[in-house]
Write a protein that binds this ligand. Structure first.
Ligand code: COA
Length: 383
């Protein structure tokens, strides 16, 4: 990624958050905010959600093209062969406090994974692709194992012949998911896989731009993802729904939250000015999981909140809004929603890291210095 700025604003106060600033070229994905369109390597997200699978999308993000049958089988075999994590890393998880946030646990575990990958410091194309496959294979195992250990349960061994979606739900719950849940979760993974230069991806590229390892870049990205304005929003959406509690309380809750100038999690987006295309699928999933579980309350409350947010603020739901009630109806613990985001986004992060290495320049912008100048130094005893 070249460190160029097209049409830079004359002065960029830190509060503008680099909105609209183009910092380089990428083929991985594009967000066309005014049209509500998202493409991965040229393919529309709706086509991928309707016809593809997560492993195929991972291949696409890393290789800029869809795989042939044998290439997909080979990738699946390589992923399956890497699902297991080293015992030493399981020990790290065992010694993590049970009340630690699972996204922080994932960040720490990925950092320690690096010690057990003999090729970790090799950032050649081949080794970096290997790291991308390993991390994509091992994120689900880490998240599921950490969750079981904090619940006093032993981790469940991965199933090397199953895909990532089925395998993750199996390792989390200790039983095979229904075909419907596995399929739906696979599409959730597709929908979260990449999103241009979001905060965590940009973070990954900045770190990769120093020629640090894939692992270091990914650890930094997880840190960025953990914030409530980014990947942390999905958990907070469900907390909001639970706090509201009942359909007939949605309106009064929203009125007082907006009067207090509180942001409603799961709404708004830095780029989309219309419906987030991922929300279109997730809205349907929230409905379907609710119907399958015989409880559409959270879906209905979400619909009401959506309707009222449109009326009051003209704002659309983003990817996090309906993923919250979808995961809740699948029986997934609230604080796993963000690590699950990472289980998918690891494919996008690594695609960007590979792209950064391929055409690297250290990312080093300038600040618009607005502090004082020429201040005389005063010795400490005279202050
Ligand atoms: N609920 C209520 N008001 C919101 C809002 C929300 N979710 N998101 C933005 N606004 C309001 C802000 O209060 C602000 O109002 P003001 O001009 O009266 O002060 C205005 O819209 C612009 O907000 P800003 O945060 O600058 O917008 P942005 O486009 O730069 O930010 C987000 C995008 C995603 C950071 C922002 O919409 C947000 O914080 N959403 C909630 C968190 C979330 O869901 N994040 C996941 C993103 S995928």
């Amino acid at each position: 990624m070249a460190e160029t700025v097209k049409d830079p604003p004359a002065a960029t106060p830190s509060s503008t958050g680099l909105r609209g600033v183009v910092v380089g070229a990428s083929t991985v994905s594009d967000v066309i905010g005014d049209k509500g369109q998202l493409i991965y390597q040229g393919y529309d997200i709706h086509d991928l959600a309707n016809h593809s699978n997560f492993e195929e999308v991972a291949f696409l993000l890393w290789n800029k093209r869809l795989p042939k049958q044998n290439e997909l089988e080979e990738l699946k075999r390589a992923l399956g062969a890497s699902y297991r994590i080293p015992n030493e890393v399981i020990e790290v998880l065992r010694h993590t406090p049970a009340d630690a946030d699972p996204t922080d646990v994932l960040r720490t575990a990925v950092s320690s994974l690096e010690f057990y990958d003999s090729k970790a410091r090799d950032i050649s194309v081949e080794a970096s692709r290997g790291a991308a496959i390993k991390l994509t294979a091992q994120f689900p195992t880490l998240v599921a194992a950490a969750d079981r250990l904090r619940r006093g349960l032993e981790p469940v061994d991965p199933l090397p012949h199953e895909n990532i979606a089925t395998n993750f739900l199996y390792m989390l719950k200790g039983e095979r998911p229904s075909a419907a849940d596995a399929k739906l979760f696979d599409v959730c993974l597709i929908l979260h896989a990449d999103h241009e230069l979001n905060a965590s991806t940009f973070t990954a590229r900045v770190v990769a731009g120093t020629l640090a390892t894939v692992y270091a870049s990914v650890v930094a990205a997880i840190g960025a993802l953990s914030g409530p304005l980014h990947g942390g929003a999905n958990t907070n959406v469900m907390k909001t729904l639970l706090e509201i509690g009942e359909l007939d309380r949605v309106e009064s809750y929203l009125k007082s939250a907006l009067a207090a100038k509180r942001k409603i999690m799961g709404f708004g987006h830095a780029v989309y000015k219309t419906e987030d295309p991922r929300a279109t699928h997730l809205r349907q999933f929230s409905k379907e999981t609710g119907e399958r579980a015989g409880n559409t309350k959270w879906y209905e409350m979400s619909r009401k909140l959506e309707e009222l947010m449109m009326r009051e603020k003209g704002m659309y739901p983003n990817v996090d809004f309906y993923s919250a009630s979808t995961y809740y109806m699948m029986g997934i613990p609230l604080d796993l929603y963000t690590p699950i985001f990472a289980v998918s986004r690891i494919t996008g992060w690594t695609a960007h890291i590979l792209e950064q290495y391929a055409d690297n320049k250290l990312i080093r912008p300038r600040a618009d210095y607005v502090g004082p100048r020429d201040v005389a130094y005063v010795p400490i005893e005279q202050r």
